[in-house]
Design a protein around this ligand. Structure first.
Ligand SMILES: Nc1nc2c(ncn2[C@@H]2O[C@H](COP(=O)(O)OP(=O)(O)OP(=O)(O)O)[C@@H](O)[C@H]2O)c(=O)[nH]1
Ligand SMILES: [Mg+2]
Length: 282
């Protein structure tokens, strides 16, 4: 399953040590070998944006791809080696929003929120940018380590769309890499961006909405502290607290049943959860 690209033969003559071509030559697809990884990378995005195509290009695996939404229904894992670091890559089902309710979307939501990926790559459809940015903005609210893969650039061009990816990267505060994943175009640049964000060489400045009312902020902080105390180590407790305040019954139920991202497995649920849920429903 391993596909090793010998650096000497893979390196085109014109490649210099630091350019994207040279860096791609250092990719070794590891297939299902994922032990001992240094970085965990999630592939998130709306349905049918090319996540599994990117996954296959980087791991050498053959996740099911096709031109209809909902092909990936569970998460798939594969590995690659790049510039001496081992990466575990997780291909997720498509999701429109972190607030979505279908089971496949819940798999994606749980991993993005509670799987603690080092980097989250959000694969977006360049022909439907506005709709896709909803999920990007939600993910930017919960993590700094994001790379946007602006895929299907060929389709966008066919429709006469031109996207200023530099302006988009400035507005979002994270790298935006244009790709045609099916042809491997932009994949070297995508790898370089993932590596730079993972190592901290590229410090992102994610766009965030900062207009929360001070009273709401205080309440969210208080709830988050109680959730943290009850589920030690659970990430994104402020996000969970906000859902509770909105009266999200599924999240309240997930807390009651200790199902949240499976990260609370083994922890005892204190009665405080009932109180939090009641408080949220009020
Ligand atoms: N034209 C074009 N097609 C692409 C590109 N990237 C992926 N595709 C095609 O788009 C379709 C969807 O790709 P997938 O990789 O299955 O998409 P996905 O995001 O994994 O889809 P779900 O798992 O259903 O959410 C496939 O037919 C791919 O071959 C691209 O850059 N350009
Ligand atoms: Mg898929």
């Amino acid at each position: 399953m391993n596909e090793t690209i010998p650096v000497s033969t893979a390196l085109p003559k014109e490649a210099c040590a630091s350019c994207a071509l040279a860096r791609n030559a250092r990719l070794i697809k590891l297939g299902v070998e994922i032990e001992g990884w240094d970085y965990l990378v999630a592939l998130a995005g709306n349905p049918n944006t090319g996540k599994s195509t990117v996954f296959n290009a980087l791991t050498g695996l053959r996740q099911h791809t096709g031109n209809w939404p909902g092909k990936t229904v569970t998460r798939a894992e594969g590995g690659f080696l790049y510039e001496g670091r081992r990466y575990k890559l997780v291909d997720l089902p498509g999701t429109y929003s972190l607030l979505s309710t279908s089971v496949d979307e819940e798999v994606a939501r749980d991993f993005i929120l509670f799987g603690q990926p080092t980097v989250t790559v959000v694969v977006v459809d360049a022909t439907r940018l506005e709709r896709n940015l909803n999920l990007v903005l939600q993910i930017l609210e919960i993590t700094d380590r994001v790379v946007v893969c602006l895929n299907l650039i060929d389709e966008a061009e066919r429709h006469g769309l031109k996207i200023d990816e530099r302006a988009l990267a400035r507005s979002l505060g994270v790298p935006v890499i244009p790709t045609v994943a099916r042809k491997g175009q932009g994949v070297p640049e995508l790898l370089a961006a993932i590596s730079d964000v993972a190592s901290g060489a590229y410090v992102t400045r994610p766009h965030r909405i900062r207009s929360l009312d001070p009273q709401v902020t205080r309440t969210v902080d208080r709830l988050a502290a109680e959730i943290e105390a009850t589920f030690p180590g659970l990430p994104n407790t402020r996000w969970v607290a906000m859902r509770l305040l909105e009266g999200d019954e599924r999240i309240a139920e997930a807390i009651r049943r200790r199902e949240l991202g499976d990260l609370s497995r083994g922890e005892r649920v204190e009665p405080v959860q009932e109180r939090l849920a009641l408080e949220a429903a009020r």
